[in-house]
Design a protein. Structure first.
Length: 520
């Protein structure tokens, strides 16, 4: 049996644990030192378990400890970068993004810092080579590691005997417990099944089904979730009004319009997407609010798509990006979509910047609606991609700026120009849809909304940050009106959309009948 207490492994573990606490103190927001004892036990247990596992494989105590510290430092740096951009620290669900960063590097690495990523990667490779070459392997590594794993497991069991009670306010839980205890608590919560009867959807069991008169033809329905869309003109008066001229027309003709309280800030589109499709508020999801597509949505839940399918609609989702991103290729069929159209149905010539343009999405929607061979009404949900960041990688020529601005930009506002270039294309998309639908003989309802505000930290430093609300409208090609703005939560929007579309069709049919009777 090894002399465990006198081994270098023991001293490395103690010193490494203290260093892990110092690294944790770099977090924003910073965790407090006075925290429950069980959160310290979870931190110590996770540290000991990780190092012991690596030590058992390599037999090198310093090498093992430094590797775990390097990973811990990476998590802290990623958390701070995320908090800077999204106002939320690293949570357990974010581990999935490490593999996504390899599969879709443009979406993630620029926010962390490409230079920082390269330096860390090279330093880590150099350290691996030096550590394995210069540090000798201990002869008693396996037995020492086994004892350490037993001790670590005991710390974790004691720390988890009285589970911490999360608020699922990630910043608050991080401050109260520290990163390790927060990750552990969220990980355990994510593995517990959520009773579906606790999730209140307006589409559940048809308990609140929106009735439509049986003699009224079903209208086509189109919902468009626009990437990073909000009316940024309210943030700075130097933005030209005509940037969103088509949006203004549709909003003024809309049955309902206003500000939309969404489930995400700057990113995490699927939070808003899930809330819209299911009508389930994010604050009722517990730990699944951070990524409802990872586990929860794959069970199959009530949704607007499932409800429309029950009514006889063909349901289609259009998203011009990789279908495997966020697991949409599995989630969306589980939520009731008959067909999922991803980036494979588009081509590079349809890009506007690095991603497929919004006007190409409009063309795809029109193509689906214009299919003369179809025998069912259509519900189409489109999730655009064009205005996805990182916007700071894009360049805009000075000659283009007068298209969107009527005065010089302030310091720190450079990223606003590429955002407005893409925003104006979202406006063109709306113009194409309106032009087509106004001459279409088929009654069609259009719901348009933004998923979250964009990531523009330097712009917000210069102008002040928005409150996080986006904008929406519900429009019909059969009846247009101008109503006072109405603020709505995103989980209420799909139900309101169906109600407005059905009531519009019903009122138009009644008006037509009244005119016929009067004429006779």
């Amino acid at each position: 049996m090894p002399d465990f207490l006198n081994s270098s492994f023991c001293w490395v573990m103690t010193g490494g644990f203290l260093l892990s606490c110092i690294i944790e103190a770099m977090l924003i927001p910073r965790p407090v030192l006075r925290r429950p004892l069980r959160s310290w036990l979870l931190h110590a247990g996770a540290w000991l378990f990780s190092v012991a596992l690596l030590y058992g494989m390599t037999g090198r105590p310093y090498f093992s400890a430094v590797n775990v510290l390097a990973l811990w430092l990476l998590i802290v740096l990623v958390s701070n970068s995320k908090y800077h951009s999204l106002r939320e620290p690293f949570v357990c669900a974010d581990f999935e993004y490490f593999s996504d960063a390899v599969r879709f590097p443009r979406l993630y690495l620029p926010f962390f810092g490409i230079g920082k990523t390269i330096v860390l990667a090279l330093a880590f490779v150099g350290y691996l080579a030096c550590g394995l070459y210069f540090e000798a392997s201990a002869s008693d590594a396996l037995s020492t590691a086994a004892m350490a794993l037993v001790g670590a497991s005991l710390l974790l069991v004691i720390g988890a005997m009285k589970p911490l009670q999360p608020t699922y306010d990630a910043s608050l839980d991080l401050r109260r417990w520290g990163m390790a205890a927060s990750l552990w608590t969220y990980f355990c919560a994510a593995r517990r099944k959520v009773p579906l009867d606790t999730l209140h959807s307006p589409f559940a069991n048809n308990a609140h089904a929106i009735a439509s008169p049986c003699d009224i033809a079903l209208p086509d329905l189109v919902s468009v979730q626009s990437e990073s869309f909000f009316d940024i003109r309210r943030l700075w008066p130097g933005i030209r009004e005509q940037v969103l001229s088509q949006y203004d027309v549709l909003r003024n003709e809309a049955r309902v319009h206003g500000r939309l309280k969404v489930a995400a800030w700057g990113a995490n589109t699927v939070r808003t997407e899930f809330a819209f499709l299911t009508g389930i508020a994010g604050d009722t999801l517990g730990v699944h609010r951070f990524n409802p597509y990872r586990h929860l949505a794959r069970q199959g839940l009530p949704s607007i798509a499932a409800e429309m399918k029950r009514r006889g609609y063909r349901t289609v989702c259009v998203h011009p990006y990789a279908g495997s991103f966020y697991g949409r290729d599995r989630v969306l069929p589980a939520l009731g979509f008959d067909e999922f159209i991803d980036v494979r149905s588009f081509n590079d010539g349809q890009k506007a910047g690095p991603f497929i343009g919004d006007c190409a999405v409009a063309d795809k929607i029109i193509e689906l609606l214009d299919d003369s061979a179809r025998t069912q009404p259509l519900y189409i949900h489109a999730v655009t991609m064009e205005n996805h960041g990182p916007l700071h990688l894009e360049q805009v020529e000075a000659a283009e700026l007068p298209n969107w601005f009527d005065r010089p930009l302030l310091d720190g506002m450079r990223d606003l120009a590429p955002y407005l270039r893409h925003l104006s294309n979202a406006d063109r998309m709306l113009g194409k849809l309106r032009e087509y639908l106004l001459v279409s003989p088929t009654s069609t309802g259009l719901c348009f909304f933004g998923d979250h505000v964009p990531i523009l930290p330097q712009v917000y430093t210069a102008l002040g940050a928005p409150d996080g609300d986006t904008d929406y409208f519900i429009w019909s090609n059969q009846a247009r009106s101008s109503n006072a703005p109405r603020t709505m939560a995103v989980e209420q929007l799909a139900k309101a959309f169906v109600e407005q579309s059905v009531s519009t069709r019903s009122s138009v049919r009644k008006a037509n009948r009244a005119q016929t009777v009067t004429h006779d």
